[in-house]
Design a protein around this ligand. Structure first.
Ligand SMILES: [Zn+2]
Length: 202
């Protein structure tokens, strides 16, 4: 079995994307398959695999798949590669030792949130992320960061906005909780969506 098929057998990520109408639409026309020229093999470190995929796979966003696969779209800018590999290697570590990283989140004050705690109207709009699919939702100070598709009628994987959902009040806000900024400083939205992303960025 090829690497992407064995990854799919482990996490069912692509199937989850297809089963979610908005996530399916957001990836429509984007081919997800290994690129003919696997030109990044020389960047592989021990214990990991790098798979080059079609340029538009996942909208061109690099990511990881289980157990130890870094997925990079073809033509990914060379000057960004080292920094991106560093980021994806953090996700590989998180895949290897999920309990350690979850414990770190809890230590920092994050609280794990069940999918059932997120209203369906928001849940269906959340962009699936293969790097956080193992424990999708976490609350910071009662607020759950959610990467939502901007257009519900025409979702695109590259077009998302970060919103915070209040478990207590049932409202969403675009404002980052002050306590979050106090703890982690000013970070980009992609880093706010999940503690695992935060640590891969900072
Ligand atoms: Zn990431």
């Amino acid at each position: 079995m090829d690497l992407l098929s064995s990854a799919e057998a482990l996490d069912g990520y692509r199937k989850k994307c297809m089963d979610s109408p908005l996530n399916f639409l957001a990836r429509k026309g984007y081919i997800y398959q290994a690129w003919m020229d696997q030109y990044l093999k020389s960047y592989e470190k021990e214990g990991e695999r790098i798979v080059v995929v079609n340029p538009d796979a996942e909208g061109g966003l690099p990511h990881t798949r289980p157990p130890n696969i870094i997925v990079i779209p073809a033509y990914y800018p060379k000057h960004m590669l080292e920094e991106t590999l560093r980021h994806e290697r953090v996700h590989i570590e998180q895949r290897k030792f999920p309990h350690t990283w979850e414990a770190r989140a809890i230590q920092d004050g994050w609280v794990k949130v069940e999918e059932s705690q997120i209203p369906e109207s928001l849940l269906k709009r959340v962009r699936l992320n293969p790097d956080t699919i193992g424990s999708r939702f976490w609350a910071w100070d009662g607020w759950v960061p959610l990467p939502l598709f901007v257009r519900e009628d025409r979702p695109n994987i590259k077009d998302t906005m970060l919103r915070w959902y209040s478990l207590k009040e049932g409202i969403t806000s675009s404002a980052t909780p002050a306590s979050f900024t106090k703890k982690y400083g000013v970070v980009i939205d992609s880093a706010k969506e999940h503690p695992f992303e935060l640590w891969a960025y900072i």
